[in-house]
Design a protein. Structure first.
Length: 253
């Protein structure tokens, strides 16, 4: 098999070479995944990877991702991206984990620009659940606009910044408040709860006010220790109300 792969890779006629690879890819990849992958990378620069998707789907060795990484660049074929995601999730090492999150972040940027995602969200969700890829699963929930699930899972796994990120995305009104209160309940268990409560109010983009979070501060913490901070918050609210009144006064007929 190795010799056959080498012979196909050395053929000068690209059309003939491509036809042979398409015809025998299932056998090549099943028997010699690494040699076939290296051949595809080094000898098949203009080859259409969509031609061998069925063969790649029956491959178990994550080494194939070295080829898929190049194949998905500039491609919108969801089957290719699904395979790429599958092997990244399956491969249990830090480099693959980082690569998976990097890919998902790039896809999130596409979504922000109202462009379609290059992978199937339901497929990815099931893959991440099966391989227990928690950060990837959180991001999949976010891309599916399941913000409550995203925030809940992020908090359960102590991805606090990620929880805040999805609480901010597309959530205003009662849903935004609900998510931020959920974050407050989790965060304010710490010994620095009072300071964290002020920070949460600021970060929540007006979804929270101080009164929303104080009830979740431990009774063991003495509020008088934070009298100055609370006074500053109240003063800030009073100033905001005064500015609003002034604005109304000048805009009234």
């Amino acid at each position: 098999i190795r010799e056959s792969i080498k012979i196909v890779g050395e053929i000068d006629d690209f059309g003939k070479k491509s036809d042979l690879m398409t015809r025998y890819a299932a056998i090549f990849l099943a028997r010699e995944t690494r040699e076939t992958t290296d051949c595809l990378i080094g000898k098949f620069g203009k080859f259409n990877p969509e031609m061998i998707i069925p063969a790649m789907m029956n491959t178990e060795d994550p080494y194939l991702n070295n080829y898929l990484r190049k194949a998905v660049e500039g491609s919108t074929n969801k089957a290719l991206s699904n395979l790429y995601i599958y092997f990244l999730a399956k491969n249990d090492d830090e480099d693959s984990a980082r690569e998976l999150i990097s890919y998902l972040k790039a896809q999130e940027e596409l979504r922000k620009e109202n462009q379609p995602l290059n992978f199937d969200k339901d497929f990815a969700l099931n893959v991440f659940k099966y391989f227990d890829r928690r950060e990837a699963l959180i991001r999949a929930y976010g891309m599916m606009e399941l913000y409550d699930d995203a925030v809940t899972m992020a908090l359960n796994n102590d991805f606090i910044d990620l929880a805040k990120e999805y609480a901010k995305v597309g959530t205003d009104g009662w849903m935004g408040k609900k998510l931020w209160i959920k974050i407050a309940k989790h965060v304010l268990k710490s010994k620095d709860a009072m300071q964290a409560s002020f920070e949460l109010v600021k970060e929540s983009d007006n979804n929270l006010v101080l009164n929303d979070v104080l009830m979740y501060v431990s009774s063991k913490i003495k509020l008088k220790s934070f009298k100055g901070d609370i006074t500053n918050q109240v003063t800030a609210y009073d100033k905001m109300i005064d500015e609003f009144k002034t604005c109304l006064l000048y805009t009234s007929p």
